[in-house]
Design a protein around this ligand. Structure first.
Ligand code: SD4
Length: 302
């Protein structure tokens, strides 16, 4: 096993973050490419149909259609690729990587993103096949309640993005993928695939990402803020703590218990901060030199 200095660091969000970091570590051991390991780890979460907030089996929008967002950014040269509201292929992170590698664009959305995926030879997945029995029945139940006036159509539910950050000898990469908020308006895009908001990577600072209610996170451009704080000398732990406290201070009226941010600084320090309390606590999975750890940060509430 390589020693800690030569080894990459992988961190990933939520309970499925364990699947992500274990996949990343296994991929790294086999292929020795930490960026590819982050992509394949993100893809593994997208392809697991039992996860209701990412990829296949993610909750659909209010029309019953699954729309996926994903993005990647590479800290060595600031190259990035992003996909929003793609409907007919998965994993979206591989399509985002193709945007980064094969186009001069940064972000493709909607039908254009689906068309691009087909042109690039990605497998087409029927819309129905993006749903599982569970998500189909949850959707039907939600729709029945809305039609009966028992549920608020505007209230979006069930969200957890896979944010996967990787570091290796000072190089960084950030990947994110999500099906966004459940029962969202068709075409609604959260913060996740927005470079600077949902993710950022710059080897001169480190890499960062966010998960939670996109509408609250967008306006704080959190990932680039964390990156800037790390550039100014803060560790990942200090930067994530300071940025979340600043958000709460500035936007008290709008910040809920649903935001979490994470980072790896350029020296390989790991940090995360959350407002998440109560049930379904935010958790972060970390892999350093093949040693796996689960971290549950203490929530910041004021
Ligand atoms: C979104 N930020 O679509 C995503 C959802 C998420 O944890 O990250 N949930 O707004």
């Amino acid at each position: 096993m390589p020693n800690e200095k030569d080894s990459p660091i992988f961190i990933a969000t939520w309970d499925f973050g364990e699947l992500a970091v274990r996949t990343a570590w296994a991929h790294w051991q086999e292929h020795g490419d930490f960026a590819a390991a982050c992509i394949e780890a993100t893809a593994a979460v997208e392809l697991d149909p039992s996860i209701p907030t990412v990829g296949i089996g993610g909750l659909p929008n209010r029309d019953g259609i699954v729309e996926l967002d994903a993005a990647i950014m590479r800290g060595s040269d600031l190259r990035c690729g992003s996909i929003a509201a793609i409907r007919t292929t998965c994993p979206a992170i591989r399509v985002a990587k193709a945007v980064m590698d094969n186009t001069k664009s940064v972000m493709l959305a909607g039908q254009g993103a689906d068309d691009f995926a087909m042109q690039q030879g990605f497998e087409r997945i029927d819309r129905e096949a993006m749903l599982t029995d569970k998500t189909r029945s949850e959707y039907e139940c939600w729709r029945a309640k809305v039609e009966a006036g028992q549920a608020d159509r505007e209230k979006m539910v069930g969200h957890d993005t896979v944010c996967m950050l990787g570091w290796h000898q000072g190089e960084t990469v950030a990947c994110v993928a999500t099906s966004g908020l459940g029962f969202k308006r068709a075409g609604r895009v959260g913060d996740s695939p927005i470079i600077g908001a949902g993710l950022y990577a710059d080897d001169q600072s480190g890499c960062a990402a966010s998960t939670g209610i996109g509408e609250e996170l967008y306006r704080h451009a959190v990932s680039v803020r964390i990156s800037d704080a790390m550039h100014a000398g803060a560790s990942a732990a200090e930067a994530t703590d300071a940025v979340l406290r600043r958000m709460i201070e500035r936007d008290q009226a709008n910040i809920t218990r649903g935001l979490s941010i994470l980072a790896i600084d350029r020296h390989g320090g790991v940090g995360a901060a959350t407002t998440r309390t109560a049930n379904h606590k935010f958790e972060l999975h970390v892999c350093r030199a093949g040693v796996f750890e689960r971290i549950v940060p203490t929530p910041i509430t004021s």
